[in-house]
Design a protein around this ligand. Structure first.
Ligand code: AMP
Length: 214
């Protein structure tokens, strides 16, 4: 199963990807997660990416395209993949098409998770992530028992640097300008499945499941 999760920041792509991994065990390829790890580790990639991420801008295409192409060639991705946060531009979508063709692979579905803008802003600014196991919480919809600690592993919860109101506004503008047009790109290829993401996580996942399992 080769799937892309499309949707604005805060639509719930990461949360649905967690459930998809649990259900089907296929690798989750999140360019945002890869870049955040590089920033935390202080690698040259991280140093290069950080200023774009802090401003809510996109990291240059050639950087993320290179990352995804090499990740897709790792052995675990042979069983399938969930791409989350990639592609985000026309150039990335076209590069992905070429990379998959070279690998003799193709996409099964592009799932667009749709959520109204005001809901997204509330979600992003209330999002917290576990620094230890990566579990994602919402202080509004899915609050942990202790707002500073993970219910699952006890790790410290943190707010992403780019989840502040100012950066969120720019990330959404960048999404509208660069990424939203991909909905039409994949619709024209007959791959697009749209899901209403403004519902409880399990209801959204039931729709994801029916897309994936057919
Ligand atoms: P995300 O976790 O997907 O919201 O990504 C966080 C940030 O990482 C984005 O705001 C961008 O700065 C950068 N990023 C992640 N994926 C991409 C991508 N496919 N293209 C360019 N920049 C990206």
């Amino acid at each position: 199963m080769n799937v892309i999760l499309l949707g604005a920041p805060g639509a719930g792509k990461g949360t649905q990807a967690e459930k998809m991994i649990e259900a089907w065990g296929i690798p989750h390829i999140s360019t945002g997660d890869i870049l955040r790890k590089a920033v935390a580790a202080g690698t040259p990639l991280g140093t290069q990416a950080k200023r774009y991420m802090d401003a809510g801008e996109l990291v240059p295409d050639f950087v993320v395209i290179g990352l995804v192409k090499s990740r897709l060639q790792e052995p675990d991705a042979e069983r399938g993949f969930i791409l989350d946060g990639f592609p985000r531009t026309d150039a990335q979508a076209e590069a992905l098409d070429r990379a998959l063709e070279e690998l003799g692979r193709s996409l099964d579905a592009v799932i667009s998770i749709d959520v109204a803008r005001d809901v997204i802003v509330k979600r992003l600014t209330s999002r917290r992530t576990c620094s230890s196991c990566g579990k994602i919480y919402s202080l509004i919809a899915d609050p942990p028992a202790d707002p500073a600690k993970c219910d699952v592993c006890g790790g410290d919860l943190y707010q992403r640097d780019d989840d502040t109101v100012e950066t969120v506004t720019n990330r959404l503008a960048v999404y509208d300008r660069s990424t939203a047009p991909l909905v039409d790109y994949y619709r024209s290829k007959g791959l697009l499945k749209q899901i209403d993401g403004d519902r409880p996580v399990d209801e959204v996942f039931a729709d994801v499941r029916s897309v994936v399992e057919g």
